[in-house]
Design a protein around this ligand. Structure first.
Ligand code: ZN
Length: 275
């Protein structure tokens, strides 16, 4: 199966809408949210040397504050996670964060925190683990009653490593596999999923979901590539978008949907996309 290098992509539309939408979420840590509007304006008012006098550091910084480069090497979360789901095929994954990120005022996304976010996505209702109750059959990708369970491990022998990295490192590593991530996209190649730090912290402009939902969407999408899926198109105007759509680029008439399954356990599918 040749699904290396599929993108979950974004790009720019209504920046104001995106800022508001991403600001809806409550971060897992319970810290301050993204300012509901005008994060760009706020950053322009505060020079790097200023010391905030009262309010806590925003959990989600302005885009300009997000580091674009770091060491290009990774620290892997230690320990072993719980088994998520009862699907037949056990996916053993590790979670890593790029070393050398100059976090500045930004609360650091350490490996264990990134790992907790991923585990939360994989264990959520309608995530890939739902396949245990609703196995997936899809001839186009040679799947017959497929189901998966997941467990985070910290050994080097894993099925897939999920990496949070600066845009430049994502571009370099994805680019080496022939995927142009353009400073904003995430990708999957070989046994690696690369998650773009900028989008992880700041969502995708114009994609009307909360940042927690964005996290679910990008993780479910890239794990979907790992499980064998290529991109899909919208299955019909007004329907939930397949998680394997590049929804951040174009919803194609579909409703935003960040999970592979919907409420009744139905796998959300659509026509295969050419790329
Ligand atoms: Zn993709």
């Amino acid at each position: 199966m040749r699904i290396n290098g599929r993108l979950l992509a974004p790009i720019s539309l209504a920046v104001v809408l995106a800022t508001a939408a991403c600001g809806l979420s409550t971060p897992a840590s319970g810290q301050a949210e993204n300012p509901p509007s005008g994060s760009t304006a706020q950053s322009s008012e505060r020079s790097p040397g200023d010391t905030p006098t009262s309010s806590p550091t925003p959990e989600i910084p302005a885009d300009a504050q997000i580091p674009t480069r770091a060491a290009g090497t990774f620290t892997t979360a230690t320990g072993t996670g719980r088994v998520i789901g009862a699907g037949k095929t056990r996916v053993r994954y590790s979670v890593s964060v790029e070393k050398g990120i100059a976090w500045g005022d930004i609360p650091a996304w350490k490996p264990d925190r990134f790992a907790a976010s991923i585990e939360q996505v994989l264990a959520a209702p309608n995530g890939w683990a739902t396949s245990a109750q609703h196995p997936v059959t899809n001839a186009a990708v040679d799947l017959t009653r497929a189901s998966w369970s997941f467990q985070r491990v910290s050994t080097s022998k894993v099925d897939v490593d999920v990496r949070l990295a600066t845009p430049r490192t994502v571009d370099r590593l994805c680019g080496a596999s022939g995927v142009d991530t353009e400073g904003v996209y995430s990708c999957k190649y070989g046994k690696t999923i690369m998650i773009n730090l900028r989008r992880w912290l700041h969502c995708s402009p114009g994609y009307p979901v909360s940042i927690d939902e964005y996290h679910a969407g990008v993780i479910n999408h890239e794990f979907g590539h790992f499980l064998g899926f290529a991109h899909m198109k919208c299955g019909g105007r007004g329907k939930p978008g397949p998680v394997m759509m590049t929804q951040t680029m174009d919803l194609g008439g579909c409703l935003p949907n960040v999970s592979p399954f919907v409420g009744n356990g139905q796998f959300v599918s659509g026509p295969w996309a050419p790329s």
